[in-house]
Design a protein around this ligand. Structure first.
Ligand code: ZN
Length: 634
């Protein structure tokens, strides 16, 4: 499939992409069946997420679906086109609020027009709440509110609490004397105030809230169970099914332990109420699912790195006191996503590290995966988006990145995830709370620097991880260009950097730029009013990464709060306003949507003479058609 098209369409600030699953073809028939049923389980819980995001989302969706299917009038006029964009945005966000900014979408068509569409499609009149949700901008304006000084629960438009205030919810979930601190709390229920004023949990389980959807998830998981890759995995599925049937969070914890211990299977999955970002109080988890196929070739790379973890630790350019005497428990894997569902679709993460329960992580470790077919699709599309041509400093740089950029990015991620975070140690008595709000930026900075320092090490060629140091050079170009310019496209004019990964990238890039000025390591060039950063000396740049790594490791190991604050505040927070404006203007002319999500592949059983003999994968190209199909099927 040489001419597979990764880009499907673009509307508003959203790009719709496609991804391939080449690893599927290398599976045994048994494993293919496993993927098939896990995929159906991944889609069967879709409606749960819509309802979690807002209590009227499913009603809005069914009106949109009916209009899209049955409207008989003009579909070419401007207003219908605006309706179409609105509908696609709602499908993309699994509801009426933007998936990233959390703000409610503003329809660019009138209420009257919408009513006419509905009537023509056989809906006599949508409910008042539905009309209000779509057209009244102040009503349920933001899905998750994080501002200080307001009641986060009542101000948020999500559906995790009904008639409950923030104080009441916090009191309800406060650990009481005698309660087990190791059981996850509140993760799988809606907290409701009932008629006589008492608080009550409506648990998400078969026979409870979301019962019909979970019944379907369970039915598919049961079929999947027959094809599990090994006994540990089969047992894990059994625990998950029991948990969905009872809603008992102790079973979920037992399941998570079984899941994290299973490391052999070629097919793995995530299915459950997992991440708590959708709840401002971080108790309630949204439903999500991913089906994964291990990419053995790419894992070969991470295995080589993991096997040599001790060599990397010993040779790191940091103080001997901060080095680990031994390195254990490196279990990062590279996988291909085979299906994305719930809160992982259409927008998806590119790396996942679970379980979230801190006590399980400490006792049993965690599993970390990177979804390399997803990053590959991003890379292909981004290379043709014009961004590289606009911001790269030279033709040589563009050529280098086109040839090696994708591999460079993957090796960087491998080094960051499977060695960087695990390297180094704290001095006795120092905990991560010492760095307080700067901890995550410092930790991401440290892992990135570890990757940047080692990606240019001849050891990687010796290990067969990279074919030449040009891979490292392309990664250096990408990193500096992104850290000093391109990532600013995601920041609104007049704002500074808040997100920790963005802070760490600017911290590193602007530190090495400043320290390298005397030797002209990186030169800031202006041509025809446009700014570029040209790297002149890759070897010196590597030494600067090493030098900063030593300092950042010291800050972490000693718990030096002032040191952390200095680095982050001086290099990682403030945006150069003029450069920011210039970058935004250059980016806008490229018409590139900043957010992206995916159309899923579709799997089909192949029958011959009444027997199922194979599973086929197709790659649909129509986003809206897939959304309508999911609405009918699940
Ligand atoms: Zn990280």
């Amino acid at each position: 499939m040489a001419d597979f098209s990764y880009f499907a369409e673009q509307f508003d600030d959203i790009k719709i992409l496609r991804y391939q699953v080449p690893a599927f073809e290398r599976l045994t028939l048994r494993e293919k069946f496993f993927v098939y049923y896990l995929s159906r389980a991944a889609l069967a819980g879709r409606d749960i997420l819509w309802d979690q995001n807002n209590r009227y989302n499913l009603e809005v969706r069914s009106v949109l679906e009916k209009i899209l299917r049955d409207y008989s009038g003009d579909r070419e006029c401007e207003e219908f086109k605006q309706f179409l964009v609105y509908a696609k945005k709602v499908f993309f966000a699994n509801g009426v609020h933007h998936h990233y900014s959390m703000e409610k979408f503003v329809p660019l068509f009138s209420k009257e027009y919408f009513l006419a569409l509905a009537q023509d499609s056989g809906i006599s009149s949508p409910r008042e709440e539905v009309m209000r949700l779509i057209f009244d901008a102040d009503y349920m304006a933001k899905r998750v509110v994080q501002d200080e000084g307001v009641d986060l629960v009542t101000a948020s438009a999500n559906n995790y609490y009904v008639g409950v205030t923030q104080r009441e919810a916090e009191e309800f979930y406060r650990l009481k004397p005698g309660e087990d601190e190791f059981v996850t709390r509140g993760l799988n229920s809606t907290l409701v105030k009932n008629a006589d004023g008492r608080l009550e949990e409506q648990v998400w389980k078969v026979g409870g809230k979301y019962g019909p959807q979970l019944e379907r998830v369970v039915a598919e998981l049961q079929k999947a169970q027959e094809y599990a890759c090994n006994e540990t995995q089969r047992k894990g599925l059994e625990l998950l099914i029991d948990y969905y049937r009872t809603g008992d969070l102790r079973l979920f914890d037992r399941y998570s332990i079984a899941w994290v211990k299973e490391n052999e299977a070629r097919v793995d999955y995530i299915n459950g109420f997992i991440e708590v970002y959708g709840d401002p109080l971080a108790y309630k988890a949204s439903w999500e699912s991913v089906v994964e196929i291990v990419d053995e070739e790419a894992c070969e790379r991470t295995r080589k790195l993991a096997d040599n973890a001790l060599w990397f630790e010993r040779n790191a350019p940091i103080d001997e006191r901060f080095k680990k005497p031994e390195v254990v428990g490196v279990t990062a894997r590279v996988v291909q996503a085979a299906m994305l569902g719930g809160d992982c679709h259409p927008a998806t993460p590119i790396g996942i590290n679970l379980p979230n329960a801190e006590w399980i992580r400490e006792r049993c470790g965690s599993k970390s995966v990177t979804l390399d077919n997803i990053t590959y699709a991003y890379d292909v599309v981004s290379l043709s988006s014009g961004v590289l041509d606009e911001f790269a400093a030279s033709e040589e740089e563009k050529a280098l990145v086109r040839e090696y950029g994708s591999l460079g990015g993957n090796v960087h991620t491998d080094l960051h995830e499977c060695l960087g975070h695990g390297s180094g140690r704290m001095l006795a008595g120092v905990g991560q709370e010492a760095l307080r709000n700067y901890y995550s930026t410092i930790e991401e900075t440290r892992a990135d620097l570890f990757a940047l320092y080692y990606i240019m090490d001849p050891k990687l060629i010796e290990l067969g991880v990279i074919p030449s140091l040009d891979v490292a050079k392309s990664e250096y170009c990408n990193y500096i260009r992104n850290g000093l310019m391109v990532q600013l496209t995601r920041v609104r004019p007049g704002c500074n950097l808040e997100e920790s990964h963005m802070r760490n990238r600017q911290l590193i890039s602007s530190w090495v730029y400043e320290k390298g000025l005397v030797d002209n390591v990186i030169e800031r060039v202006t041509r025809r009013g446009k700014t570029y950063f040209q790297i002149h000396d890759f070897r010196r740049l590597r030494l600067l990464f090493g030098k900063l790594l030593a300092e950042v490791q010291r800050v972490k190991s000693e718990g030096d709060f002032e040191g952390a604050r200095n680095l982050v505040e001086t290099y990682g927070v403030c945006v150069d306003t003029d450069l920011h404006q210039e970058v935004l203007a250059r980016y806008e002319r490229l018409h590139v949507a900043p957010y992206a999500g995916f159309i899923n592949p579709s799997y089909r059983l192949v029958e011959r003479d009444g027997r199922v003999v194979d599973v086929c994968v197709d790659y649909p190209a129509d986003f809206l058609a897939q959304m309508l199909e999911y609405g009918e099927q699940f």
